[in-house]
Design a protein around this ligand. Sequence first.
Ligand code: SAM
Length: 332
Amino acid sequence: MAKVQKLTDNFGRQISYLRLAITDRCNFRCQYCMPAQGAEIVARKELLTYKEMYRIVRVLSELGVDKVRLTGGEPFVRKDFINFLESLAFNDKLKSINLTSNGVLVGQHIAKLETLGIKNINLSIDSLNREKFNKITRRQSFDVVYDTLQKLQKSRINLKLNVVVIPGVNTDEITDFINLTKNQDISVRFIEEMPFNGKGQRKTDKVWNSTVILDHIKSSFQDIEQLKHTKSSTSNNYKVKDYKGSFGVIPDFTRTICHDCNRIRITSTGLFKNCLFDGGVFNVRDFIRSGASDTDLKKLFIETIRKKPKNGFVAEAARDNFVSESMSTIGG
Ligand code: SAM
């Protein structure tokens, strides 16, 4: 049997995790992600087709990628997303297919997602207060999202809550989110706000980085235990002693866990990113549409990944523009 050619970069990091954006469209307009009128969306024909996405995942899985996260935009707003998931689930080289969603359109599909073996869903919920949540998302969907949260908790799917810490907006709720973990086996992850919002770096009175977030939690809860770091985890994880659930802090903007990174990204228009902070390395969609064979694709992936930048700061410094694109166009 032919030896599987692994995707390893010049720093010895092995790439096994793809984040694929299903679409750039979203049914929310989160304040920290895009302007009120929404991010500029591309023409439909510029989006990768499901067939192209399927092929990209298959080729990468033949090179050792065994974990895929489908994100966006909001993956569930794209027509036939469930059918795509169904076809992807046939790829037995994938150990896990995970989703990131705002939850609005998820509720009705939970049984199907369980059947398909979807392992993990990261549900974005930045406030437990209806009014505040609706203000942040610029939509009126708190009740449906909270209902999805409760349904997912009862399902076989592993649930993580994504909370972007928005200075001066939801920082007063950090302890409320931790309290959720007291009697429920739930994982809450606090994400540093980044300038991926359509405008760029926001000025705030206080910087809420992962250290500040953790110190804030420690000042309210006495016995915090650090959990063992699983390789390539995106978060540093903790629990309050005797609480059922756990919490994590994601240093996505301070970028302290790049040394362990196993991820690549492909945007909904096929832009390949070695790092969240790079400006995109090549367009897989154009390469496929110009007639590239699987061998061509593999060669390109192997060569490009070898040059993955050491960390997010190096990646950002090499860009020819400022970080300001909306996260919905990248895939979070
Ligand atoms: N629509 C889905 C959702 O809401 O989860 C998936 C896409 S969304 C871009 C993925 C994740 O990125 C969400 O958890 C979201 O909160 C996060 N995100 C978006 N913009 C961000 C920003 N500027 N800084 C930090 N996280 C951000």
